[in-house]
Design a protein around this ligand. Structure first.
Ligand SMILES: Nc1ncnc2c1ncn2[C@@H]1O[C@H](COP(=O)(O)OP(=O)(O)OP(=O)(O)O)[C@@H](O)[C@H]1O
Ligand SMILES: [Mg+2]
Length: 263
C-alpha cells in the first residue's frame, strides 16, 4: 500500500523542499518507487533542488486541465529509475482547480508508487490545506530556532483537524557545536515540547546544496548518514537519532568547536 506523506512546517525556509528531495532520493536508493509531488504551486522549486528544472514540460496543473496524461508529466531521476518528480507548475493566473481534482491525481500516484512525498508551501493558508488534505501522514520540519519550533507546534495542532494518521517531526539545520555549548536547543527538549513522534535530525551542512542522487551514497558526508537514519525511521517506524554533537566531544572536539566559531 502506498504511503502519502506531506512535509510541512508553518515557517518558511526551514528545509521542507530539501528534506523532501533527500528523503525521496534515499527511499529510491533502497528500491522503493517514489514520487516527489511539488504542491508549492507558483513558488515551486523542487525541480531546481532535484536538478530537473530543464526537463519540466508538464505539471500537475496540466494533468488536471487535461493537457497531458499523468505519465507524460512525471520526470524520471537520472540516477534512480524508481524516483520521479511531478512539478506543480508556475502560477500565472487564478487557480481554479478543486481539491477533488488534486486528490484524484494523488490517488493515481498512490497506485503507481510506494511513497508519494508532498512538498507543502510555507504558511497555513489555502496551499497548506490543499497539500495536507491529500496526505495520510505528515513530517513537520523545524529548525532548532524558537520561531520555527513555535510555528511547528501550531501546525501540529492544526494537523489534528485533518485525517493524518501519523505525525513525525524532523529537526533540520542542527549545529552540534552550538547544541553542545547550550546555545541551540537540544533535540530531546524540542521533541518533548512538540510531543509527536521523532523522525530525524539533519545537521547544518553545506553539502546540501550540491547533493545529488549519485552523491547520497557517500557516507563520509554526515548529511547522508543523517538522511539514511531518517529514511530508515520512516520505513520501519524506528526512532533512531543522528547525533550531530559527536564531532565536538573530547579535546579534538573542543578544538573543532573553536575553529568553527572563528570561521
Ligand atoms: N541541513 C541544511 N544545511 C544547510 N543548508 C540547508 C539545510 N537544509 C536546507 N538548507 C538551505 O536552506 C534554504 C531553504 O531550504 P528549503 O528551500 O528546502 O526550505 P523550504 O522550507 O522548502 O522553504 P519554503 O518555505 O520557501 O518552501 C536553502 O538554501 C537550502 O539549501
Ligand atoms: Mg520549499
Amino acid at each position: 500500500m502506498s504511503r502519502v506523506i506531506v512535509l510541512t512546517s508553518g515557517k518558511g525556509g526551514v528545509g521542507k523542499t530539501t528534506v523532501t528531495a533527500n528523503l525521496g532520493m534515499h527511499l529510491a536508493s533502497k528500491n522503493y518507487r517514489v514520487c516527489l509531488l511539488d504542491m508549492d504551486i507558483g513558488l515551486n522549486n523542487l525541480d531546481v533542488v532535484m536538478n530537473m528544472e530543464d526537463r519540466v514540460v508538464y505539471s500537475m496543473l496540466d494533468v488536471i486541465e487535461n493537457r497531458c496524461r499523468l505519465k507524460e508529466a512525471l520526470i524520471q531521476d537520472d540516477c534512480y529509475p524508481l524516483l520521479y518528480l511531478l512539478s506543480s507548475g508556475g502560477l500565472n493566473r487564478n487557480l481554479t482547480i478543486t481539491l477533488a481534482q488534486i486528490k484524484s491525481v494523488v490517488a493515481e500516484l498512490g497506485r503507481m508508487f510506494d511513497y508519494v512525498l508532498i512538498d507543502c508551501p510555507a504558511g497555513i493558508d489555502a496551499g497548506f490545506k490543499r497539500a495536507v488534505s491529500c496526505a495520510d501522514e505528515a513530517i513537520v520540519v523545524t529548525t532548532p530556532h524558537l520561531s520555527s519550533i513555535r510555528d511547528a507546534d501550531k501546525v501540529i495542532t492544526i494537523l489534528s483537524s485533518y485525517d493524518i494518521m501519523s505525525k513525525r517531526f524532523v529537526i533540520n539545520r542542527a549545529r552540534g557545536d552550538l547544541i553542545k555549548d547550550k546555545v541551540m536547543f537540544d533535540v530531546y527538549d524540542i521533541g518533548k515540547s512538540l510531543g509527536i513522534e521523532f523522525g530525524g535530525v539533519i545537521p547544518e551542512d553545506d553539502n546540501v546544496i550540491t547533493n545529488t542522487s549519485e552523491k547520497i551514497k557517500n557516507h563520509k558526508i554526515a548529511l547522508n548518514r543523517a538522511f539514511d537514519i531518517l529514511t530508515n525511521n520512516i520505513i520501519t517506524g524506528e526512532k533512531k537519532l543522528f547525533d550531530c554533537t559527536y564531532k565536538y566531544r573530547g579535546l579534538f572536539g573542543s578544538i573543532k568547536k573553536l575553529l568553527r566559531k572563528s570561521v
